[in-house]
Ligand binder design. Structure first.
Ligand code: ARG
Length: 283
């Protein structure tokens, strides 16, 4: 796999606008279920408790509004689309432009219409990624300061990194994911600020680990038990961070770094292979 993808600098370079960090998109879990198995966390034999899922999602919503003081926009839930709650996979937002996802698996492809409609109704310029390219939006593309990291190949094709790099006229740093449990970049890498990030060492190929080490001043590894609690799937806003309850080592490390930590229980969503960060999209 190519490691760095560098689009030649042009006068228009660095057209990527970071999201505002005070507005986000969520989708209530009315139809959230485990109806299929498209990642190693999902098992039809381990259904999500719908009442508990609703309560957990409400808790997350409340912490976001009250502690992060972010404005939450809501997408209407849709029957037959149980994973629509994972709005991080809606697309990649840059200012008022959005590249809408092309889901890898047919089970989620029907969601694209609802995300597309929401963005159109809310004044975004909606841009399509070529249909033959798998692309799962902010699940696989994460900003860190002026850098844009992207994961492949489980859900997003490497060719999508090249496409997005050209569209945004910015450099994309491609990272090869090798662990099926950490199939999206946002399950194993979490930028905290311009210089620090949480990461799951086992999730990356040796060459991608070298790249991460070269690009990030302060990499904080997650131990396996806490990686499996989706500790990297955190919502970060300034010095505030929300992630799954129970990851005490990570919590202490973050507090030592000056973060205010807000633990939430999202156990029902972990059964679907997602947690806090997957349930939101920064707008
Ligand atoms: N069940 C969903 C899927 O497999 C979970 C998506 C999690 N989203 C994320 N951004 N990591 O697609």
């Amino acid at each position: 796999m190519a490691l760095f993808l560098v689009v030649p600098q042009t006068p228009q370079s660095n057209m990527m606008s970071p999201p505002s960090r005070n507005r986000m998109l969520m989708c209530p879990p009315d139809y959230f279920r485990i109806e299929y198995e498209i990642n190693p966390w999902m098992s039809l034999k381990n259904p999500a408790d719908q009442i508990r899922a609703r309560w957990q999602w409400d808790q997350l919503y409340t912490v976001i509004e009250e502690k992060l003081q972010a404005k939450v926009e809501l997408l209407d839930p849709q029957p037959g689309h149980p994973d629509l709650v994972f709005t991080a996979n809606a697309g990649l937002v840059s200012g008022k432009r959005v590249w809408v996802s092309n889901f890898k698996y047919p089970e989620r492809q029907g969601e694209q219409t609802f995300f597309r409609e929401w963005f159109m109704e809310n004044g975004y310029e909606v841009i399509s990624v070529p249909p033959e390219l798998a692309f799962e939006g902010e699940g696989d593309f994460l900003r860190m300061g002026s850098l844009l990291f992207a994961g492949a190949p489980f859900r997003t094709d490497l060719s999508s990194h090249i496409f997005i790099s050209k569209e945004l006229q910015c450099e994309v740093i491609s990272l090869e994911l090798i662990h099926p449990k950490f199939y999206h970049l946002d399950t194993c890498f979490c930028p905290l600020n311009d210089r620090s990030a949480l990461f799951v060492p086992d999730a990356f190929s040796p060459s991608s680990l070298k790249i991460l080490t070269a690009c990030v001043d302060h990499l904080i590894p997650l131990k396996t038990t806490e990686a499996n609690l989706f500790s990297a799937n955190a919502i970060v806003s300034g010095n505030k961070i929300i992630f799954q309850r129970g990851a005490e080592t990570t919590r202490k490390k973050l507090e030592n770094e000056g973060f205010e930590v807000f633990p939430v229980d999202l156990s029902e969503f972990i059964k679907a292979g997602g947690s806090a960060k997957c349930l939101v999209l920064w707008l």
